[in-house]
Ligand binder design. Structure first.
Ligand code: PXP
Length: 246
């Protein structure tokens, strides 16, 4: 069964807008688990613009599932993760120079540094994934780095409104998932996925986990958290294509 990781950063964004105590992303994450989330994703950004260190520490102590910590590949963040080890770490770009034009981590350009980080975190028992564009060279570079998991960046697929272009981006994701799986890697995907576009990505067989935040938090404003999570989970587990909801 494909798994749903629920990203709760956007709950923290609303809290940080007023610098207060609510809404609490930790309480929200625990409710999301009760509604069926298979893991909770948080991005502890270097500028701490939404999720705070105390949020991650509380989640590590309170969640029943897995905490997937997204973070920059920097010495400070590696030290932080080693001191507070989550089940999963996803290395993501935060700075311009770590980006390819499309927005994933440039593994090709930073191979040796990333390989060292992957090894350090893996030795601590953390499952490490690299957030990359769905390109063959990046996938091969991720494999060479020792990563056992890649998270394919679905932004280009999700952000285009042109149907032909979207079909091309979907085909690219399908090829990328196959390449990674043929190399023996686990395949995750995420970014920009929502209730209208998720089904075709969930139908890509090698993909075993989707990480989704903005669409779920946004829908929850109207329908409540439980409906937002259960509907997304039902959609991704359909794996049949074409059954998106409004
Ligand atoms: N996966 C990764 C690696 C991300 O950085 C993000 C955004 O924080 C997501 C998934 C979730 O993206 P969205 O909030 O658009 O669903």
């Amino acid at each position: 069964m494909i798994k749903l990781g629920v990203n709760v950063d956007h709950v923290a964004t609303i809290r940080q807008a007023r610098g207060g105590r609510y809404p609490d992303p930790v309480a929200w994450a625990l409710e999301a688990e009760r509604a069926g989330a298979d893991s909770i994703t948080v991005h502890l950004r270097e500028d701490r613009r939404h999720i705070q260190e105390r949020d991650v520490i509380a989640l590590l102590g309170m969640t029943q599932t897995r905490v997937n910590l997204e973070m920059a590949a920097t010495p400070a963040m590696v030290a932080w993760a080693l001191a507070h080890p989550p089940a999963d770490c996803c290395l993501v770009p935060e700075k311009r120079e770590e980006l390819t034009t499309e927005g994933g981590l440039d593994v090709l350009g930073h191979g040796p540094r990333l390989a060292e980080i992957v090894q350090t975190l893996t030795q601590k028992g953390i499952q490490v994934s690299l957030f990359i564009d769905p390109w063959e060279q990046q996938i091969r570079a991720a494999h060479q780095c020792g990563a056992r998991v890649v998270e394919l960046h679905t932004g280009r697929y999700a952000e285009t409104h042109d149907r032909e272009q979207q079909a091309k981006e979907l085909a690219q994701l399908q090829k990328a998932a196959r390449w990674a799986s043929e190399l023996g890697m686990k395949v995750h995907a995420g970014h920009g996925l929502h209730y209208h576009n998720v089904v075709d990505v969930a139908a890509i067989d090698p993909i075993v986990e989707l990480n989704i935040g903005h669409a779920i938090v946004s829908r929850a404003i109207f329908t409540g958290l439980t409906e937002a999570v259960t509907t997304m989970k039902r959609l991704i587990q359909t794996r049949s294509g074409g059954n998106n909801v409004s």
